[in-house]
Structures are given as C-alpha cells and as structure tokens.
Design a binder for this molecule. Sequence first.
Ligand code: SF4
Ligand code: SF4
Length: 296
Amino acid sequence: MITVSVASGKGGAGKTSLSAAIAASLGAECVFADCDVDAANGAIALGATIATREPYFAGPGFTIATSACSGCGACHAACRFGAIEPVSGADAFRIVPELCERCGACMARCQTRAISTYEKQAGELFVSDTRMGIRLVHAELEPGEDTSGKLVALVRRRAEAIAGAHAVIVVDAPPGIGCPVIASITGCDLLTIVVEASASGIRDASRLVELAESMHRRSLGIINKAGLDADMDERALAMLAKAGIPLAGRIPFDLALRSAEESNRTWASVDCESTPKIRAALAAIKSVLDTLKEKR
Ligand code: SF4
Ligand code: SF4
C-alpha cells in the first residue's frame, strides 16, 4: 500500500482538484481519503454516492437535568467558555453544546449532581462509490466541533482498511498546517505540495514545506494557477528549489479547468490547452509512485 498526500497550506489552491485528478489517473486501484473534514468536497469532485454512513463520536458531551438543578449558578460561574446560560422562565441553567469545550469544571462544582455526560455525536463518516469505481472515504464534522485531527485519522484508517495491499491511497489534506494536516501527512510515502502562484499561496505553502521537512516527508511540488504573474511563478519555483523539492509540473490558470470542475469532471478528463501540462504532472507523480511500489 502506498499513500500519496496532497496539501497546499491554503484553501483554494487546487489540492482537491489535483487529488481528484491523481485518483482518476490511477483508476479503481486507488482509494480516495478526503481528509478535509471541515469542508469535504471530494464527493463532488468524484461524483460520489454514499454507500454507508456511521456516526462519529469525539468524546462526551455535558448536559444539565433541569429538574435536578437548584439554579445556584455555581456551574455558570465556573465555566470559562461562556457555555452555560440561564433557562428562560425557570430557576435553572442549561449548557449550550456549540460552546462547550468539555472541560468538566461545571460538573465538579454542581452539588446536586444535575450535570451528567452523554455520547455526543460530533460528525459522520461515509464510504461512497464514485462514477470511476474509486472508493471514497469522507466525513463531516458538526459545526463548532474541534476534533478534526481525530476524525482525519479515522478517515485514513478506514481508507487503509478498504484498500488492498497493492492499492494507492490518495489523501486530500485540509488547508493550513495544524493538527488535521499533520494527521493527513503523517506516514505518507509521498507528499505533493500544491503551490498557488500568488503571494499568499507561496507564503502558506512555504510553511507547509517547513512542516514537511520537520516530518521528513518525501515531497514533490506542483505550481498551480501559473502564468498570471511571471514574478509569482519565479518566486514559487525559487521557494521549492530552495527546499530541494523537485517540481512535478506547472498547471496554468485556465478557465477551462474551472468549468470542468463545475461540471463534475476532473482535470484528468479535460481536453483543453492545459491538458499536456496536466498529463505531464500526473505522469511525474505516477512515476514516483511506481518507483515506491517497486521498492516494496
Ligand atoms: S451547579 Fe448544578 S444546581 Fe447549580 S445551577 Fe449549575 S446545574 Fe444547577
Ligand atoms: S464542560 Fe466546561 S466548557 Fe462545558 S459547560 Fe461545563 S464548564 Fe463549560
């Protein structure tokens, strides 16, 4: 099993588009793990139909039994997150689930034992079929939930369980360089870094490059939205070269690619001016994956 993670450091750089194109070029031998659990859209890119779904529990939630609450307010005073509020028209308090950080301080203060815990659903995990025969594992986190690193790890474990010994797992990482990104690239065999040719794209990708270096990940670079600004293209190239990251390709800014995404086609199936460059980039990535496979 080989894992290729695709990350960019920023949203909107084109990592999901590239991930979907890599998956499409590999075909049914691969499993797609959409680890952008805060804004998963791999299902749109691959044209997915949900086959199975299951609840995701991140940890206990806290609740107040109004009937057992004396209204003393000790929990309200103890909560540092402003998650406890009076119940309108009653001498009691309630917990606002979206604001609760699950620290347990309120429970420790309650003399009447009105506060208890329950299994709180924090999201859902899905396994989907796609029109290309690629299995897709994806998830959705409930608004306000902050355990996305744990859910990312679960998505990857599920993808690994589905994949055969010779399969390739394509991991679409979330934006940023935080815990969910670390969970998305930990242990990957190849990290493809998508650098958007813009000031913010280069800056965010350079932070990702630092993270990849600290984690000793083998990396390839792809410059996306190239050709709009020669200076930005050069800066993106220089940033990758300085880090010793080989360039797999430059994808031009091309409205045809955007309209392909909007009509649920991947870059791999587009026929436009950018097609040769996309094919060359995908071939470069596949070549590294083939080499990694041979070494297994
Ligand atoms: S500490 Fe307990 S009894 Fe007091 S307001 Fe909170 S839940 Fe009610
Ligand atoms: S568990 Fe912590 S954050 Fe949640 S309501 Fe109680 S004191 Fe506030």
